[in-house]
Design a protein around this ligand. Structure first.
Ligand SMILES: [Zn+2]
Length: 48
């Protein structure tokens, strides 16, 4: 079963859950629980 959630993302490599590891200024770094792949995703843009 697959459900899409805004809060979690799946590893493109092994499909395991990627957990947010570090919050940066403009992005959040995620790391896969399975293969340890790390990825960053930009936060939602805010009006400046
Ligand atoms: Zn993975």
């Amino acid at each position: 079963m697959n459900s899409i959630s805004m809060d979690s993302m799946r590893c493109p490599c092994c499909g395991d859950v990627m957990e947010p590891k570090e919050e940066l200024e403009i992005s959040i770094m995620y790391r896969c629980k399975g293969c340890k792949l790390s990825d960053t995703r930009l936060k939602e843009k805010k009006q400046t």
